[in-house]
Design a protein around this ligand. Structure first.
Ligand SMILES: [Zn+2]
Length: 250
């Protein structure tokens, strides 16, 4: 990473990591992923279909710009910030630090979302819902008695058996940072490389470059960034060995 004048020069890998380069992705709309991830996801989808599940992508790649819009919208109050039960939080009287922690429970800092990498995907079971059903990706939907519960139970078994084609759950349980996200799958063989290179230093660099947009609350965020990074970025599940070592067929 080089700083030339006011501009920060990033490598292609760093731009991909930060959601600033989507040139290697395949797919349309929000369903965009790296080619290898598509290959593995197709195999997982076929295996799910054999069990009667229709595994679909709710969301995959998200750019830095999109994450910045979400972040700034939540910070300014234009978008609702919700609690663990999906109820809007009343921010009156709440400190700025507490407000940031509430946002980070469900939304990543721009540059630190795993959805930037083209390796992570939110999924649901289309066979379990009526046409026109609005998928929320809520805790209730993926609970054992929720519409997507059975597919996720099946996914748990595949992951535990090392038969999930490289996918695992980085947000499998509550570690006091990001809320559990049972719908979120990560393709370990590629995601591991991004995860290891993601750093507070890199975030500071991209936030400092106005070319990528103005980050709301940047000063406050930077003041406590090392703590926030550990709690809301680094604190994820370790990828199972079988998922990490998975090689898609060529
Ligand atoms: Zn997700």
């Amino acid at each position: 990473m080089l700083a030339v004048g006011f501009a920060v020069i990033l490598s292609l890998f760093q731009r991909q990591l930060l959601g600033l380069d989507d040139s290697a992705l395949l797919g349309e709309g929000t369903a965009r992923l790296q080619p290898l991830v598509w290959t593995a996801l197709t195999l997982l989808t076929e295996a799910a279909a054999e069990q009667g599940f229709e595994l679909k992508v709710a969301s995959a790649y998200r750019s830095y710009e999109r994450q910045l819009t979400i972040w700034n919208g939540k910070l300014s109050g234009e978008r609702p910030v919700v609690d663990d039960d999906d109820r809007p939080i009343d921010r009156a009287g709440m400190s700025f630090e507490d407000c940031i922690a509430c946002i980070l429970r469900f939304s990543a800092m721009p540059g630190a979302s795993r959805h930037h990498w083209g390796t992570d995907v939110d999924v649901y079971d289309a066979s379990a819902i009526e046409p026109g059903y609005d998928v929320q990706l809520s805790a209730a939907e993926v609970a054992p008695d929720g519409p997507f519960g059975p597919m996720h139970e099946w996914l748990d078994e595949r992951i535990a058996q090392g038969r999930s084609f490289g996918f695992y759950r980085p947000y499998d349980e509550d570690r006091g940072g990001v809320a559990p996200e049972r719908w979120h799958l990560s393709f370990a063989p590629l995601a591991a490389a991004y995860e290891i290179q993601c750093s507070a230093e890199l975030l500071r660099a991209v936030w400092s470059d106005k070319a990528w947009g103005e980050l709301g609350g940047r000063e406050a965020l930077e003041l406590q960034l090392d703590t926030l990074f550990e709690r809301f970025v680094a604190r994820v599940a370790v990828a199972p060995k079988a998922a990490l070592e998975y090689l898609p067929p060529t």
